[in-house]
Design a protein. Structure first.
Length: 218
């Protein structure tokens, strides 16, 4: 009898603990996400004119952020981290959709700089920053991804697309920076994605660089 009463007391205690924990999470989550929003927004505003490592302009970061939030993407890949400006915009969006980002940079010095920026923005938990040659790593990554941002060697854009196309989920979007610039490799890449009947492609021209956005049919 006593054992059964003791068991019930324990069960009641566990139940109370669980309810309190859930309540704490429920109350803390909006406050925590508001605090993160304020921190990232301030970081991006404070550093708006301080990106000098071939980083995307502020407007293009916002385009990537808004696209991810609108489409509720959660499994993102970036090629070309540099010091992390675009990754911060992407990871900020993913903090709202419940996703994470893998970003690849070939230069360790830049990866280290990016890691510092991710910490300063408060987004390090959302970013897996790899130092690697993306030519190789992209072939090895399993996927699936539902968002890709290309911003590294343009001559390889088409090959990156061919390697990642099978790993991009239906409804996923493949984006590429400098789509409005005449860098070698960009035209071949754009001609190819535009010829694909299973993708819808358009160019966002919020900045003069342009971002191509190719979304795979559902
Ligand atoms: C235009 S910058 C990226 C800027 C970054 N997206 C941003 O907005 O902060 C291009 C980066 O790609 C890196 N890169 C070039 N070729 C690469 C490769 N094969 N694998 C990985 N990274 C590469 C360069 O070192 C450079 O830092």
């Amino acid at each position: 009898m006593r054992t059964r009463a003791a068991k019930s007391r324990w069960l009641a205690l566990i139940l109370i603990f669980f309810c309190v924990a859930m309540a704490v999470v429920a109350v803390r989550t909006p406050a925590a996400s508001m605090a993160l929003d304020a921190r990232v927004g301030k970081f991006l505003d404070d550093n708006r004119s301080d990106w000098h490592d071939w980083n995307v302009p502020y407007e293009d970061g916002k385009v990537l952020h808004d696209l991810i939030v609108r489409n509720r993407h959660t499994r993102a890949l970036e090629i070309g981290t540099s010091s992390g400006h675009s990754a911060i915009w992407i990871a900020w969006a993913l903090s709202k959709t419940g996703g994470t980002l893998i970003t690849i940079e070939i230069e360790e010095r830049l990866r280290q700089k990016a890691l510092q920026n991710f910490k300063a923005a408060g987004l390090e938990a959302y970013i897996d920053a790899r130092r690697a040659d993306a030519h190789q790593l992209v072939k090895e990554l399993e996927g699936p991804f539902d968002f890709v941002f290309l911003d590294a060697d343009k001559e390889w854009y088409l090959q990156y697309f061919k390697d990642l196309d099978p790993k991009l989920a239906r409804g996923g979007c493949f984006t590429a920076h400098n789509a409005a610039n005449a860098f070698p490799g960009v035209k071949e890449f754009l001609d190819h994605v535009r010829s694909r009947p299973d993708y819808r492609t358009f160019i966002d021209r919020s900045s003069s660089s342009g971002i191509s956005i190719s979304c795979k049919n559902e």
